[in-house]
Design a protein around this ligand. Structure first.
Ligand SMILES: [Zn+2]
Length: 447
């Protein structure tokens, strides 16, 4: 193991705690090992006692805040542009190596913790353990295994098999299989069990609920009995309500959440990861990368309808977490982890400090840590910190621009931000090869 430096003294910065309270001006912070030892007056004295090896960082005029926690990432997907690519152009070994390459981009973007709820094969738990063992540089990570689906499928239509596994999906036919698979995933290292509650069917609008309440309970009861929380993809009000009633701990999207669903969420004590980023990127920038423009208005409508009710949820005390759904062509790694906070401000009307709380303090749950032990700049908390140029408490867009990151500390150690952004060449067979974008008819050839 690498030995820890005696500590880092960060002086004079404006400190955002992560809890949503006003920043503390010109405050010193001392970290040693993976612990924030002091915030405020005692920091310099404790750093002096720690000895001459303490590194000094002058943060005068800068902001010191907790590292970001992204509660919705797909680190093993490798930025596919389509479900065909994700399902048929990934092999286990190269996907694992690619995930190890990509995960350090999160650190370079100020993400010091993330939850990857479903992965290709068992890459998630393997990557998490490799990061912890110091084999792969990366943020703290919690992981699920494959997402659980019923035979009706999810968001990949008939690419989802009738039974067994494909890409991130594990398809189950009956209640016994649900119980067995949940136990199996926990045995193989799942921190969370992911249920894909809604999916799309041909010729049907929106996403439908693919699970019964009893089936959902089979998973949540089994997971909870083994001290493991459940997380559910729900892109409808009905699915959100059902998931909450079934005891799901965290809900992804909660799209179009309505009054009865909100009541169920409050009653059950679920948290919500809205994950507006993917929709917002598609709506605002999709045309720049040739994304389907027919869906733009649909997605804008989904953001508006959901954000209004989620504001009510937020004010009712439902913890909202920040998730970017990084891992697709529209959400490449290291680029969009802070964007969710922008949408929480613009669409939900949160203050920048409330949005930052979603991406820091509230993120503790995603990492399965007690509130206040991570995602905060407080004595005794984990030493994941950012030193940022600009004032995110007034303008969260500051955090979206990586050039504003002056320092990132992960587990008390400085992340090297000096090198070039990690670039790579395409892998053989990584992309779907198209023969043509259109039909070469006789008329077209002549015209
Ligand atoms: Zn997702």
């Amino acid at each position: 193991m690498v030995s820890d430096p005696p500590g880092v003294l960060i002086t004079g910065g404006s400190v955002i705690s992560g809890r949503g309270d006003a920043p503390q001006a010109a405050t010193d912070v001392f970290i040693s090992g993976d612990v924030i030892v002091a915030v405020g007056d005692q920091a310099r004295e404790l750093a002096r006692v720690a000895g001459p090896g303490v590194e000094a960082v002058d943060a005068t005029g800068l902001t010191v805040m907790p590292g970001l926690i992204d509660a919705h990432c797909h680190i093993s997907f490798g930025e596919p542009a389509s479900n065909d690519e994700l399902f048929f152009h990934r092999d286990q070994s190269t996907a694992a190596m690619l995930a190890a390459f990509n995960v350090r981009k999160l650190l370079l973007a100020g993400v010091t913790g993330f939850l990857d709820a479903d992965c290709l094969w068992n890459i998630g738990p393997a990557l998490r353990d490799s990061i912890e063992a110091g084999i792969v540089p990366g943020p703290r990570m919690t992981s699920g295994m494959n997402a659980l689906l019923t035979t009706a499928g999810g968001t990949a239509g008939r690419l989802i098999p009738d039974t067994g596994t494909a890409a991130y999906a594990h398809v189950m036919g009956n209640r016994d299989e649900m119980v067995r698979t949940t136990r199996q995933q926990i045995k193989y290292g799942a921190d969370w069990v992911k249920i894909h509650v809604t999916g799309s069917l041909p010729n049907r609008q929106g996403e439908l609920t693919m699970w019964s309440l009893d089936e959902l309970r089979a998973v949540t009861d089994t997971a909870h009995a083994l001290d493991t929380p459940a997380i559910a993809h729900c892109r409808s009000a009905h699915a959100t309500r059902l998931a909450a009633e079934a005891g799901v701990d965290m809900i992804l999207h909660a799209s179009f959440i309505d009054e009865p669903a909100l009541a169920a969420v409050v009653e059950a004590g679920c948290s919500i990861v809205p994950t507006f980023t993917f929709l917002a990127n598609l709506a605002d920038h999709g045309a720049k990368v040739g994304a389907l423009s027919t869906q733009v208005e649909l997605f804008r409508g989904e953001i508006d309808a959901t954000a209004t009710m989620l504001r009510t949820a937020h004010d009712a005390g439902v913890p909202i977490l920040s998730g970017s759904e990084s891992g697709f062509a529209l959400t490449p790694y290291g680029h969009w982890h802070a964007r969710e906070m922008e949408v929480l401000v613009s669409a939900m009307g949160l203050t920048p400090l409330q949005a930052i709380r979603c991406a820091t303090f509230n993120g503790a749950q995603a990492l399965r840590r007690e509130p206040g032990t991570i995602g905060v700049v407080e004595v005794g908390a984990a030493a994941d910190l950012l030193v940022v140029q600009g004032d995110p408490s007034r303008d969260v867009t500051v955090l979206g621009d990586r050039s504003n990151l002056r320092h990132v500390f992960s587990r008390g150690r400085a992340v090297d931000l000096a090198g070039p952004w990690p670039e790579r060449d395409p892998l053989p067979g990584e992309k779907v090869g198209q023969w043509a974008a259109d039909l070469l008819t006789w008329e077209l050839a002549r015209g």
